[in-house]
Design a protein around this ligand. Structure first.
Ligand SMILES: [Zn+2]
Length: 95
């Protein structure tokens, strides 16, 4: 993730949270020293419980610098779906 993408995520979160009238705070320790992590999280998804290599849901991570709690946030819900790669069917052929 680029620093610009980190800032876009931070701005989107700030905007969403400000709209609720609350301030950003860690749900574990209540601290407010939070930051967008420099990497995306990929949550494997599937209709069955087996662990397989397959579809994954990319998300942003926000870490608490006090207790280390990490929260994940949907890029789509934050309005940042443009950061996601296109689905495989839309990827141009390399042939
Ligand atoms: Zn915390």
């Amino acid at each position: 993730m680029t620093p610009a993408e980190q800032q876009q995520i931070a701005d989107a979160l700030q905007s969403k949270i400000a709209a609720t009238g609350k301030r950003p705070a860690c749900p574990m320790c209540g601290g407010g020293d939070l930051g967008v992590e420099a990497h995306f999280a990929y949550i494997g998804v599937g209709a069955t419980p087996e662990v397989v290599i397959g579809p994954a849901f990319p998300a942003a991570m926000v870490g608490c610098k006090t207790c280390g709690n990490i929260q994940i946030h949907s890029l789509i819900t934050l309005g940042l779906g443009h950061m996601l790669p296109p689905p495989p069917a839309e990827t141009p052929s390399q042939a």
